[in-house]
Design a protein around this ligand. Structure first.
Ligand code: UDP
Ligand code: MG
Length: 332
């Protein structure tokens, strides 16, 4: 088994990749000699990221480069890398160098000193990110904490160090809508925080615009909590009570012969209840959608090729070798 795996999902990171390779390799070599692997996942980039990975793989035997068949999103790209990596210790990193790889020795030391299975990095400060992003992130982590039963640490991204035992347990969770930091918190074992300051991106723009953040937030909340579902039924119950009272009022008004005068309040009620119903339906739809996605039981990602030596036989993903050769046959 390799001592150390560093797993990095990359989407349109062509400008970062050489600097990333240089800094991560230096840290890994100092830590583990040549007993490490650098696992880069190309998540269907539209730029030259894959070409850069191929170029690096040609000269660096430590590199494992995984090319997904299309963009699967950060969480699934990361899952592909985690599935295929072989290390006894696994560091999850972003490609943009916002999370400094040089923190690895300290994180490893903390892991050994406290005999922990997970060392998760908690952001003390975040450089180079907009006030709106920081505010929505802060709000999201607090809302999540209020709604979920699993205690998911605040201000923690996917930057973390894991033991093989923790990773294998994590990989046994089969769900499709993956909120990795929550799932890692859920598995338990000893998990310790590690405070750090988040840097600005080395190059390029964030790939988490508001809509993607919202998607992640919904996956997180519906994946780890049924509180919104319960809230929906409570609200529905309360509204039923109120509308029964209103019905009495409306009938009394009709008996007294002044129905037209109540138009404004009627409209108010119609709109109010309509909105409440839509909200409740929306929440139910959210869970139903999840059930539907899970029930399909599709592989989480498709690998189209792997350079270097990676772990074979994945439980969650579809190993693309057969698929790729299948495609070739059809072409011939
Ligand atoms: N990423 C990915 N697939 C995507 C979007 C992002 O693999 O569809 C990777 C990206 O290359 C980076 C990490 O996920 O390594 C985090 O993305 P980003 O830095 O854009 O997010 P932020 O740090 O702004 O939250
Ligand atoms: Mg980033």
């Amino acid at each position: 088994m390799t001592a150390l795996s560093i797993v990095i999902p990359c989407y349109n990171e062509a400008d970062c990749i050489d600097e990333l390779h240089r800094r991560v390799s230096a840290v890994a070599q100092a830590q583990a000699g040549s007993d490490y692997e650098l696992v880069l996942i190309n998540d269907g980039s539209k730029d030259t990221t894959w070409a850069a990975m191929q170029r690096i793989a040609a000269s660096d035997p430590q590199l494992v480069a995984i090319n997904l068949s299309r963009n699967h999103g950060h969480q699934l790209a990361l899952t592909a890398g985690l599935d295929l990596c072989r290390g006894a210790h696994i560091l999850i990193l972003d490609a943009d160098l916002q999370d400094s790889p040089e923190l690895l020795p300290e994180m490893l030391a903390a892991m050994h000193a406290e005999e922990a299975d997970v060392v998760y990095a908690v952001r003390r400060a975040r450089a180079g990110e907009s006030a709106a992003k920081k505010a929505t992130a802060a709000l999201f982590y607090r809302l999540l904490a209020a709604l979920t039963d699993t205690s998911i640490p605040l201000d923690t991204g996917d930057f973390r160090l894991m033991s093989r035992r923790a990773l294998d347990t994590f990989l046994s969770l089969p769900e499709q809508a993956r909120f990795i930091r929550g799932m890692v918190a859920w598995i338990g074992y000893k998990q310790i925080p590690f405070a750090y300051d988040r840097d600005a991106r080395y190059a390029g723009e964030t790939h988490y615009p508001f809509t993607r953040m919202l998607r992640l937030a919904l996956d997180a909340i519906t994946g780890f909590s049924t509180t919104p579902l319960r809230f929906a039924s409570h609200a529905g119950l309360a509204l039923t009570g109120i509308s029964l009272l209103l019905l009495v009022y409306i009938v009394a008004g009709w008996l007294a012969g002044n129905t037209v005068a109540g138009w404004t309040s009627m409209m108010f009620v119609i709109v109010g209840i309509g909105a409440a119903q839509m909200f409740v339906l929306g929440m139910i739809g959210e869970y139903l959608g999840r059930l539907y996605m899970e029930a399909k039981g599709r592989p989480l990602y498709i690998v189209s090729e792997v350079l270097g030596t990676a772990r074979s036989g994945t439980r969650l993903g579809h190993r693309g070798d057969e698929l790729a050769s299948g495609v070739q046959h059809r072409d011939q």
